[in-house]
Write a protein that binds this ligand. Structure first.
Ligand code: NAI
Length: 334
């Protein structure tokens, strides 16, 4: 479309500003009709505005319906709830979708990983309801509801149907958490029955971890409650070469916030060492979403070309290239 699309851009903290700058360079090289509305969030926002989640940032996302977000640091031990969890809850972004696909040119133990995790993003243990029974006893509430389970499971099957995926796997612990995960599994089976063309299976989370490490190529679409999704998506990043590669989106029907799976990596921040690929691949998901699939393909091809035809790669992938040098090589191949 010829209409200019405005995207809320959040540079984040730690390595956030470094990788955001590089992703913006790549997007600008494509000369798409996109403009960026820069907003702050997290530690930087707290320092600049006194608020971890400034109202202006929320308003911008509410208006633009789309954001590209780098990782944000939640200050530890001051009673702050996670910025990311709060942001997802503020917009009821119930689906956290994280595709893990083997990348040509990145040597790992596996070659044919192509799975996509649908993580429920609004409840489970993340409601943050912990309570002290006494000095030595704490309880945390795990909440599973029908509406939240239904919409994420439905989203997983809809995605599978729309993208010619063959199988959806539900991950749970219903053998122990008979009521909560039991409900999630029951709803999975109800919805699966509406998609007879798609194979539906379920696995207990411990077994799922073993299966993913032994034979990750057997997995296709996966759907699970919040905590298992958090853990298994980091695991799946390990299958394809690490956190520097895995993209994601938090979305509902109206609003989508695209972000890498990794955090703000304070250990390498400010050193021009971070791999910008995960945020770049999140930007590619955003381009697909906006109908610029060709542009996303161009970026993907340039990325694969750098990884296959040159030794240029960042330290996490065994190379010596800086964040900027890696992006230079990629832009040269667009
Ligand atoms: P992390 O993902 O920031 O780092 C884990 C390890 O992976 C570190 O060794 C780091 O150097 C490495 N790593 C991560 N991304 C990389 C990249 N792009 N290139 C190269 N290496 C990379 O996880 P950690 O240390 O648990 O969390 C740090 C901070 O990030 C915390 O404040 C946490 O709250 C926040 N966080 C924010 C997220 C978000 O904004 N969506 C998600 C996860 C954590």
């Amino acid at each position: 479309s010829a209409m200019t699309q405005t995207i809320t851009l959040i540079e984040g903290d730690g390595i956030g500003p470094e990788i955001t700058a590089q992703v913006v360079r790549v997007l600008q090289a494509l000369q798409l009709p996109l403009t960026f509305d820069r907003q702050t969030l997290g530690q930087t926002a707290l320092e600049q505005t006194g608020s971890l989640i400034p109202e202006a940032t929320l308003q911008s996302i509410r208006k633009n319906h789309i954001a590209l977000k780098a990782p944000c640091t939640t200050p530890v031990g001051q009673g702050f709830r996670s910025v990311n969890v709060q942001l997802r809850l503020a917009f009821d972004l119930y689906a956290n979708i994280r595709p893990a696909r083997s990348l040509e040119g990145v040597k790992t133990r596996y070659e044919n990983v192509d799975l996509i995790i649908f993580r429920e993003n609004t409840e489970d243990l993340y409601i943050g309801e912990e309570r002290k029974i006494d000095e030595d006893t704490i309880e945390a509430i795990k909440r599973i509801t029908r509406p939240a389970s239904q919409r994420i499971i439905q989203a997983a099957f809809e995605y599978a149907a729309a993208h010619q995926r063959k199988k959806v796997t539900c991950v749970h612990k219903a053998n122990i958490l008979k009521q909560s995960d039991g409900l999630f599994l029951r709803i999975f089976r109800e919805i699966a029955a509406q998609y007879p063309q798609i194979e539906a299976t379920d696995l207990i989370v411990d077994n799922a971890c073993m299966q993913m490490v032994m034979h990750p190529e057997q997995f296709d679409v996966m759907v699970m409650p919040n905590l298992y999704g958090d853990i298994l998506s980091d695991l799946s990043s390990g299958l394809i070469g690490g956190l520097g590669l895995l993209p994601g989106v938090n979305r509902n029907e109206e609003i989508a916030i695209f972000e890498a799976v990794h955090g703000s990596a304070p250990d390498i921040a400010g050193k021009n060492l971070a791999n910008p690929t995960a945020l770049l691949q999140s930007a590619c998901m955003m381009l697909d979403y906006l109908g610029y699939g060709d542009a996303a393909q161009r970026i993907h091809k340039a990325l694969v070309s750098v990884l296959c035809d040159t030794p240029v790669r960042t330290r996490d992938l065994g190379g010596t290239a800086t964040t900027t040098a890696f992006t230079d090589a990629l832009i040269a191949r667009l």
